[in-house]
Design a protein around this ligand. Structure first.
Ligand SMILES: NC(=O)c1ccc[n+]([C@@H]2O[C@H](COP(=O)([O-])OP(=O)(O)OC[C@H]3O[C@@H](n4cnc5c(N)ncnc54)[C@H](OP(=O)(O)O)[C@@H]3O)[C@@H](O)[C@H]2O)c1
Length: 301
């Protein structure tokens, strides 16, 4: 037996319980890892609270979590890893656990910490995917809503590295962090669109909404084209004629190995804010819900 965090009803963070479970067996193409780090994503909170129940009803008990890093201890048929390998990847059946199943495991270089490795999976793939879907080009101007958040922070760096001028909306506490990435940071909240216009007199070509903060109508007005705006967080996207981008995996080549190389080489910073023991998963989620975080919360089983 091993331990995992589970929940058996929707509700606040305290429905999360430390439970005895049987470690899962890897299926074809999967590996089982002894989890060293599992990151907490906002989607974990949306699922636990019941917000996603209509779209994807839960089969209780649920082990939360989307991504993890650890050491392979069992290998499914055809999986591309060996027992003892240090890997990271997207989990199947949850990551808040001593043992988890990974699909498409990617090798973890020594230089990458467990915390960063676990944090990079969903955040990195999502950032890379949405920039591709927007079709951003060197020389254009991109507005990122929620630029100091985990996805926003990585997307800003990927865009700056591609020669894109980036304006990011942030809270007061995050202005310096985002400016240091080579972006122009403006405060979110009332009047944000005027501040963006002042910061980008040349105009805004593309918008990535990683905030879900009700910014789509004004974002469409800024670009003048619904096709130039994408959200990963605003469920009202359709009402605005804007694309909602979902799913952490991409068609075609997986960007994660390259993102791992960039992060291991110090050319991509993944903002890890705090680590927690597995048993404190409820506190980690509560801290995210209270907006106390500046980047990722990571569980260390
Ligand atoms: N569709 C997908 O594939 C996908 C994948 C990953 C994530 N997501 C979603 O994307 C969102 C961001 O995820 P994350 O991991 O980056 O979360 P996160 O680390 O919690 O970041 C959210 C950021 O949004 C900022 N924010 C709050 N109110 C804002 C406003 N009015 N304007 C602009 N920014 C504001 C927060 O700032 P403060 O700290 O000041 O509150 C924080 O920096 C979540 O809703 C998540 O569920 C979707």
């Amino acid at each position: 037996m091993s331990t995992a965090i589970t929940f058996s009803e929707y509700g606040p963070a305290d429905v999360l319980r430390l439970t005895e479970v049987t470690p899962p067996d890897p299926g074809p193409g999967q590996v089982r890892i002894k989890v060293e780090a599992a990151s907490v994503n906002p989607l974990d909170i949306k699922i636990r609270s019941g917000l996603m129940a209509k779209v994807a009803p839960a089969h209780f008990p649920v082990v939360p979590g989307l991504d993890a890093a650890g050491v392979v201890d069992a290998v499914g048929e055809g999986a591309d890893a060996a027992v003892g390998d240090a890997v990271l990847g997207a989990t199947v059946g949850g990551s808040y656990s001593e043992y988890a199943l990974l699909e498409r495991p990617v090798a973890k270089p020594e230089a990458l910490s467990w915390e960063v490795a676990a944090s990079l999976v969903t955040v990195g793939r999502t950032s890379h995917r949405v920039l591709g879907q927007l079709g951003v080009e060197a020389g254009s101007t991109l507005l990122v809503h929620g630029a100091a958040g985990s996805v926003g922070f990585v997307a800003v760096q990927l865009a700056v590295a591609r020669g894109i001028t980036v304006v990011g909306t942030v809270g007061e506490k995050d202005i310096e962090r985002v400016t240091a990435l080579g972006a122009t940071a403006v405060r979110y909240g009332d009047g944000w669109a005027d501040r963006v216009r002042a910061a980008a007199p040349q105009g805004v070509d593309f918008v990535l909404d990683a905030s879900g903060a009700g910014v789509l109508a004004d974002s469409v007005a800024l670009t003048g084209d619904t096709a130039k705006v994408i959200t990963i967080a605003d469920m009202s996207a359709q009402q605005h004629g804007v694309r909602f981008s979902a799913g952490t995996t991409e068609q075609g080549e997986d960007a994660l190995p390259e993102l791992v190389r960039l992060a291991a080489g110090g050319r991509l910073v993944v903002p890890v804010w705090r680590t927690y023991p597995l048993a404190e998963a409820a506190q980690a989620q509560a801290d995210l819900e209270a907006h106390r975080n500046q980047g990722k919360a990571v569980l260390l089983p």
